[in-house]
Design a protein around this ligand. Structure first.
Ligand SMILES: C[S@@+](CC[C@H](N)C(=O)[O-])C[C@H]1O[C@@H](n2cnc3c(N)ncnc32)[C@H](O)[C@@H]1O
Length: 395
């Protein structure tokens, strides 16, 4: 197998990035392990020159892997497998809770074991793997439920949608693939407002299990030093903060941080959460920001839901509430490389395109919307290895 020099230098670059993560002193954190995994996948694809890699016959059947995962989680197979460490279970035992046919279980488990979600310990007998445990987590089960209640239908219609619109990028001013698939004028979020069961799976499932920015961002130096030591001053506003996970994590990690914490979102989302020590404020982020002069305005996974025009409007509303020389904007989002995106980064960008006409952005794309909103880009902060970054801006 020949590897040409361009491929070789790309492979060398990927190995260098992997080494940089593994060589950092101390234990490997969960987010570093995620980075190692993602980079390894890119490396594997870069190094695999076999013709079969490009036309794997299983490729066009990948949707059935997701379907088998959903059926297995519905049957609580992963809960059973992980109930007792090291124990083996027969197909009949795995099917028992929901009276499922053993032959059906064997057929589902062929796929699950081949994909590493369980292992065979004998004929029609299975035990757990680390991936089995991951499939018992609410993020996984809710994420799969959300895929089946909402996202798969959009993917199915998307080739037809893009053919009809002549393969252009879309914006919110026209129909989205989501609206086309559901024949609705509601946006993705408006549909969820009407269907609370879908909203629950979305909030509980879409958040990936990656580590948080608080693990690596210099919070003390950049946000707490210089913050007003006044119990009435607002330290952090989280716009579209969902159930307040980021605020809760911040408060837990910095219990002595001064000032108030404000969670802003739509009323129906706020109704489903209560976090101690955090004020809830129903607010539409396309309208004037009511909390003036906070130390920082944080958003996580918000601007990637919206096209440039809407994202600029959100940023302008934040800018109008900021105090010059004091307030900061902290955007917690993917910062895509110009080349060499991981499969996850590519897929999450496509998800944004299909569901919202949103997008994951490169540095240049971030810079351009920040400047269009009248803000100054202060710095791109990247996590060690791989993961979501922080885009910092000020007035
Ligand atoms: C992808 S979720 C991100 C939630 C949270 N920041 C997180 O990372 O877990 C997007 C959030 O934006 C909220 N949202 C959507 N449209 C909004 C609007 N116009 N004004 C305020 N919040 C909105 C949704 O309710 C949802 O909680």
């Amino acid at each position: 197998m020949e590897v040409d020099s361009a491929d070789k230098s790309y492979i060398r670059e990927l190995v260098k990035r992997l080494n940089a993560i593994v060589d950092t002193p101390g234990e490997l954190s969960e987010s570093s392990m995620n980075s190692v995994l993602e980079l390894s996948k890119v490396l594997m694809n870069a190094a695999d020159k076999s013709v079969e890699a490009g036309c794997d016959p299983a490729m066009a059947l990948q949707h059935n892997l997701v379907a088998c995962l959903k059926i297995a989680t519905d049957l609580k197979i992963f809960d059973t497998l992980t109930a007792q460490s090291g124990k083996s279970w027969t197909a009949a035992q795995l099917g028992k809770p929901l009276n499922a046919d053993s032959q059906l279980i064997v057929r589902i488990m062929r796929v699950m074991t081949a994909a590493g979600f369980a292992k065979e310990t004998g004929i029609s007998t299975y035990a757990s793997t680390p991936k089995s445990e991951i499939m018992t987590r609410p993020q996984s089960t809710r994420g799969l439920s959300h895929a089946f209640s909402t996202n798969i239908q959009i993917s199915q219609k998307s080739p037809e949608f893009f053919r009809r619109i002549g393969y252009r990028s879309t914006t919110m001013s026209e129909q989205t693939p989501f609206q086309y698939a559901y024949d609705t004028e509601d946006t993705y979020y408006e549909r969820m407002e009407k269907k609370p069961e879908i909203a629950q799976n979305f909030s509980g499932g879409v958040r990936a299990t990656r580590g948080t920015w608080l693990e690596w961002f210099p919070v003390q130096k950049e946000l707490l030093e210089g913050a007003r030591d006044d119990p009435n001053a607002v330290l952090m506003v989280d716009l579209g903060g969902g159930r307040g996970r980021d605020l809760a994590a911040f408060k837990a990690q910095f219990p002595d941080a001064p000032g108030r914490f404000v969670l802003e979102d739509q009323q129906h989302t706020l109704d489903s959460t209560d976090v101690q020590g955090i004020e809830k404020l129903s607010h539409d982020f396309f309208t004037a920001q009511p909390v003036k002069g906070a130390r920082f305005y944080h958003t996580h996974y918000i601007l990637h839901n919206w096209d440039d025009e809407k994202s600029i409007l959100i940023l302008k509303q934040i800018a109008s509430a900021m105090t010059k020389g004091y307030s900061k904007v902290i955007l917690n989002e993917w910062i895509l490389p110009d080349m060499g995106c991981s499969l996850y980064e590519g897929l999450i960008d496509i998800q944004m395109l299909m569901a919202f006409t949103g997008m994951e952005r490169t540095r240049g794309q971030w810079q351009s919307i920040i400047e269009a909103a009248g803000l100054k880009l202060t710095k791109f902060w990247m996590p060690p290895g791989y993961g979501e970054g922080i885009i910092e801006a000020s007035l």
